[in-house]
Design a protein around this ligand. Structure first.
Ligand code: 13P
Length: 257
């Protein structure tokens, strides 16, 4: 049974002062209402990582420091990019790879997702690999085949050492930032299909859901969607809301497993 996890993807929000503030607020909430079972991480913008990491360590908050993206190369002439070694130096332990916004807006294709996952997971960091269909694919009924193909492309060539360092985040594009949450049955069905594909690839990985997750829907999704946790966008920018989502997963794990 994988450790349940909740990661907050702050996307391009919160400058360094705001990021420090949110981290401190999370520290207060976590001390007041400790989480026992769930791993909690935050993925701030690159420029906030150093400060968030320092506050997290100094105040012993216990968050896993994550990055939203990384370049697939080791170093060199890649203006504007950030390498894995740079992130490791800041204490980053997990990296979101192939988020739909990177795929859609910045041309990150399956091959690039695969090489980035290989670099991250191969270095012993957790690769949080995002997959998910858009509304058109969903309407055609091809969502399970589509996601299975994304998984095979991203994870098919992983080395033995990298295979244990993968988390899958199922984020249907039509549910991201829209307030439209996938129905529990849709999440459960896609989840089942993802696990079949992972099995076929010989991989054991936690499977998360992302897309308009909030304190209002987290408990039901965790309980009945059979997910191992969440990748949270909008709600992770508010300390109370994010902690409530983590709490829901923690409670669910404590009571049902
Ligand atoms: P929202 O929770 O804002 O829908 O974003 C989900 C997401 O993209 C997390 O990576």
């Amino acid at each position: 049974m994988p450790t349940p996890a909740v990661y907050g993807n702050w996307k391009m929000n919160l400058d360094v002062v705001e990021a420090i503030h949110l981290t401190q607020q999370l520290g207060v909430l976590r001390r007041r209402s400790p989480l026992e079972h769930v791993e909690v991480g935050v993925a701030p913008p690159f420029v906030d990582l150093r400060s968030v990491g320092s506050v997290n360590e100094a105040d012993r908050i216990g968050l896993v420091l994550c990055a939203q993206h990384v370049n697939e190369h080791e170093s060199g002439a890649f203006t504007g990019e950030v390498s894995l070694a740079m992130l490791e130096r800041l204490g980053v332990r997990a990296v979101i790879v192939g988020h739909s916004e990177r795929r859609r807006l910045y041309g990150m294709d399956d091959a690039l997702v695969a090489s980035t996952v290989a670099r991250v997971a191969g270095a012993g960091l957790r690769a949080i690999v995002c997959v998910g269909e858009d509304a058109e694919v969903r309407a055609s009924g091809g969502e399970e085949a589509f996601v299975a193909e994304q998984l095979r492309a991203a994870l098919g060539g992983l080395t033995e050492g990298a295979r244990g360092n993968v988390t899958v985040a199922y984020e249907p594009l039509w549910a991201i930032g829209t307030g439209v949450v996938a129905e529990t049955a849709q999440v459960a069905a896609q989840n089942h299909s993802i696990r079949v594909t992972l099995d076929e690839l010989g991989l054991e990985a936690p499977v998360l859901y992302g897309g308009s997750v909030s304190p209002e829907n987290a408990a039901e999704l965790a309980r009945e969607g059979a997910v191992d946790g969440f990748l949270v966008g909008g709600a992770s920018l508010r300390a109370e809301a994010f902690h409530a989502v983590c709490r829901a997963v923690d409670d669910c794990y404590a009571s049902t497993r």
